[in-house]
Design a protein around this ligand. Structure first.
Ligand code: CA
Length: 225
């Protein structure tokens, strides 16, 4: 799961970043509106934490831009002033939640989980697909209720695909989601091939009824047998 923090206050931005990294999110940051707009133009995020008062503009502009681009990222507004007007405007523009500052990191974490869950699984905690069950709270995967041993990247890859069953996922898309935005600088995606290969093998050995099917030259697709 990849999160973009849009926040100009360095100490708060770093505090949120460290706390979310501990929860195993891939975290990207932007300290002003311009760089935030550049990022959402190039990359996808599972959740965007959006400050309203930014040095070069109003964070609500980012919501307008997402709308124009027809992107459906989860957005949680983090606003210093507990303004009803910002809240109403933000929710009108498609924000999923609103958290006034100051807030507790535990509350932020709960809100992030909640918006992601709402979007992908109608509020269900576990993700069930075929005979596979993912428990995101514990980063665990079960096949027919026996636990699979996956390394962190294998888990992240499987989680990503299970949120997009049947959809073609390009290698670059997968790399950015699991390794981070900087990955678009690499020359080739062999490291993905290696992780996906191990994951496919483990799914097969565990008797999973789902598999990652390679779409030649493009990427992979999760299919349910
Ligand atoms: Ca600010």
């Amino acid at each position: 799961m990849k999160i973009l923090i849009v926040e100009d206050e360095p100490s708060l931005r770093e505090l949120i970043e460290r706390s979310l990294e501990k929860e195993r999110y891939v975290v990207e940051t932007a300290s002003d509106l311009r760089s935030a707009l550049d990022k959402v133009g190039c990359y996808d995020y599972d959740c965007i934490l959006l400050d309203i008062m930014l040095p070069d503009g109003n964070g609500l502009q980012l919501l307008e831009e997402l709308k124009t681009m027809r992107k459906r990222e989860n957005v949680i507004i983090l606003s210093a002033k507990d303004s009803i007007e910002d809240k109403v405007k933000g929710l009108d523009l498609g924000a999923d939640d609103y958290l006034p500052k100051p807030f507790h990191l535990a509350e932020l974490s709960a809100r992030i989980k909640s918006v992601i869950r709402r979007r992908h699984h109608d509020g269900d905690m576990d993700i069930r697909i075929g005979n596979v069950r993912i428990v995101p709270e514990q980063f665990q995967v079960f096949v027919n209720e026996s636990k699979m041993e996956l390394n962190r990247k294998e888990y992240d890859i499987l989680h990503y695909f299970c949120n997009r069953p049947g959809r073609l996922v390009q290698k670059s898309q997968l790399a950015e989601a699991v390794w981070g935005d900087h990955i678009d600088q690499v020359d080739n995606f062999d490291f993905i091939y290696a992780q996906v290969k191990n994951l496919r093998k483990k799914l097969k050995e565990a008797g999973a009824t789902i598999s990652l099917s390679a779409v030649y030259g493009l990427g992979y697709k999760l299919i349910v047998e």
